[in-house]
Design a protein around this ligand. Structure first.
Ligand SMILES: [Zn+2]
Ligand SMILES: [Zn+2]
Length: 219
């Protein structure tokens, strides 16, 4: 398994990744830097087989229709976020005053808790982490976690936008912090920040944020 990263892209500095295994590749989110992604596929001699969406917000799906069409890759998304692929209101392009995203009208594959997606022999596990959106998921492959907008380096995704839910986010953070992780030293590759260590976020960021919110609840 190899991870190819790209510089932050677009208005919100979205970060996507290519996950490679035995010549096959999966793209984690599709922010719109398609030329760079296609160049990376070609220089590494990879076939893009899957596009794994962490959620359906505009900044993570802006390039989806074009790259899916160009590569023929299968598109994976949680059913709760699937309607965002075709809706400027719920994918927030309207909310942010952006032009509508080119609609992806092809097939999608549903992902749910515990699913295992095969990438040419590599197991990619799905963990549901609702809160930032109701269909937010993380993808876990070996010691890498692709966390989308659920968990960042030193922070978490917003829950104040449409379809966000702070109580669910707190539950998802508890789930991440108390999960039985099989390996040591997982690296978290988020949708907007530099990579970080899972232990760092579990030991510092999550307790700090949970502390803030529980204090709020007492007021
Ligand atoms: Zn988002
Ligand atoms: Zn985002």
């Amino acid at each position: 398994m190899k991870i190819i990263s790209f510089p932050p892209y677009g208005l919100f500095g979205e970060v996507c990744y290519l996950l490679e295994n035995n010549g096959s590749a999966a793209l984690i989110d599709a922010p719109g830097n398609n030329d760079e992604i296609i160049a990376a596929l070609s220089s590494n001699n990879l076939k893009l087989e899957k596009i794994l969406l962490t959620h359906g917000h505009v900044d993570h799906i802006e390039g989806l229709a074009d790259i899916a069409e160009k590569t023929g890759a299968a598109v994976y998304i949680h059913p709760a976020d699937k309607p965002k692929l075709c809706d400027s209101v719920t994918n927030l392009s309207e909310y942010f005053g952006l032009p509508p995203v080119k609609k992806y009208s092809g097939e999608t594959v549903d992902v749910r808790e515990g699913d295992i997606i095969d990438l040419n022999g590599l197991d990619i596990k799905v963990m549901e982490t609702p809160g930032h959106t109701s269909g937010s998921v993380m993808y876990i492959a070996e010691d890498a976690i692709f966390s989308g907008d659920t968990l960042f380096k030193g922070s978490i995704g917003r829950t104040d936008m449409p379809d966000g839910n702070n109580a669910l986010m707190m539950k998802s953070l508890d789930k991440i912090a108390s999960a039985k992780w099989e390996l040591d030293n997982y690296t978290v590759y988020s949708g907007h920040t530099a990579p970080t260590k899972l232990s760092e976020e579990i030991n510092h960021t999550i307790p700090y944020l949970k502390g803030l919110y529980s204090y709020d609840d007492l007021l």
